[in-house]
Design a protein around this ligand. Structure first.
Ligand SMILES: NC(=O)c1ccc[n+]([C@@H]2O[C@H](COP(=O)([O-])OP(=O)(O)OC[C@H]3O[C@@H](n4cnc5c(N)ncnc54)[C@H](OP(=O)(O)O)[C@@H]3O)[C@@H](O)[C@H]2O)c1
Length: 255
């Protein structure tokens, strides 16, 4: 039984890598389906706060359920505890705080919310079962340079992500729904500073976990957010004549 689930978690991680490339291709070809690109003709849609809270909740609920309702043998170890806590901290912010701060967000088509919900359930199970039951680290892993560097990247990435989302939110006064050029923070360097933070965060987590499971999530985040960041960048250039031409798409000074 244990071996079967261990193999399943490996298979799911490799499948997540394959899905990363598939989603990158689909999103590049068809465009992202929510926010400013959401079709006005979608038959069923949810308000932005409802969609974000509902679709992200499995990434918080599944790990919590795994912690309380399963043996979670490996959570007696500090490296496993810290890594799972990194995942849970992010999704507490994303599903319980972020949705209720949104200002004037566009409705999300129901199918986009269902897809995100399915992914969060999948990835929540993958990361939490792997870390709580199967990932083996020595107790000295918490002083290993890969763990320490990864942890710092995770923390810095999360702070950049939250700060950048804060800048975007404050572009609108209460009741406004239009768009302005984001200024300040890492928006001076890239069009999608919030996505840059998120990518750094999960690359840090992938490095600290040193696992196919953690790496697969970092790759998925990079592929999905790079395609949407490219769309945002092009959209800004077309919408605002005075949009700063020196800004890159996602990674400062690179692309
Ligand atoms: N891990 C992953 O794979 C993943 C995937 C997707 C998103 N995320 C994270 O989820 C968060 C939200 O993502 P998102 O795709 O919704 O980000 P987004 O497109 O940048 O939008 C974020 C919010 O800011 C508003 N906004 C964006 N640009 C604006 C502008 N120029 N002027 C005024 N308001 C603006 C949007 O309103 P509108 O809704 O009206 O456009 C929305 O409410 C981010 O932190 C992102 O990193 C993670």
């Amino acid at each position: 039984m244990e071996l079967a689930e261990r193999l399943l978690l490996d298979a799911l991680a490799y499948l997540e890598c394959a899905l990363s490339f598939l989603f990158f291709a689909l999103l590049t070809l068809l465009g992202s389906p929510y926010g400013r690109y959401a079709s006005q003709r979608a038959a069923w849609s949810l308000t932005a706060p409802t969609a974000w809270a509902v679709q992200e909740l499995p990434s918080l609920a599944v790990p919590l359920l795994v912690c309380v309702a399963t043996a979670a043998e490996r959570l007696r170890r500090w490296p496993n505890r810290i890594l799972l806590a990194m995942f849970i901290v992010h999704y507490t912010q994303r599903s319980l705080i972020f949705p209720f701060l949104i200002r004037g967000g566009k409705p999300t088509p129901l199918y986009a919310c269902v897809l995100a919900f399915a992914f969060c359930t999948y990835n929540g199970y993958l990361q939490s079962r792997y870390l709580s039951q199967y990932a083996v680290y020595g107790d000295d892993w918490v002083t290993d340079p890969r763990f320490l560097t990864g942890f710092v990247l995770w923390l810095v990435g999360m702070l950049i992500n939250i700060h950048s989302d804060y800048i975007l939110r404050n572009l609108r006064k209460p009741g406004e729904t239009g768009y302005k050029i984001p200024r300040g923070g890492l928006f001076e360097y890239v069009s999608a500073a919030n996505y840059f933070g998120e990518v750094v965060e999960w690359c840090g987590y992938g490095l600290a976990s040193w696992s196919v499971q953690g790496g697969a999530f970092a790759l998925f985040t990079f592929c999905v957010l790079l395609s949407r960041a490219r769309q945002h960048h092009q959209w800004y250039l077309e919408k605002f004549e005075d949009y700063p031409k020196s800004r890159k798409i996602l990674i400062p000074f690179l692309f």
